[in-house]
Design a protein around this ligand. Sequence first.
Ligand code: CMP
Length: 144
Amino acid sequence: KNERTFIMVKPDGVQRGVVGDVLHRFERRGYKLVALKMIQAPKVLLESHYAEHKGKKFYEPLLTYIGSGPVVAMVWEGLNIVSVGRKMLGATDPAKSEPGTIRGDYGIVTGRNIVHGSDSETSAQREIDLWFRPDEINQWPHTA
Ligand code: CMP
């Protein structure tokens, strides 16, 4: 099924120079990039984005971490991108993420796990609407 997902390189990923690799992995897999921006996310945006985690013990540290520098936010499109994208990212806990995945290749700490990816089509739609205006989503012919 053709889908869209929201992928974000977190501040630690940006600081460590992982942006190019993340882009390359999705491009070479055959996915289509339809939106991309670098943004220092305001706190209200992060509160909305992570609303489901409000009240958990990692919530405040999480907002501090994601707000600690610019992130690179993207929308990718293609066949089963939500689930395939999650596989490409690897498990949330880098100790459990397989080598060959983004987190499995770069991370060792859950609190600094490099990238975010939507966990369902419903959250993808919600997150895309949160981070991008409709006119920031591009239409172009993809031939990969
Ligand atoms: P993400 O996929 O962005 O969704 C929630 C984020 O919370 C997660 O990646 C981690 O960066 C962060 N986090 C920190 N501690 C935990 C935890 N114990 N369980 C789940 N997520 C955590």
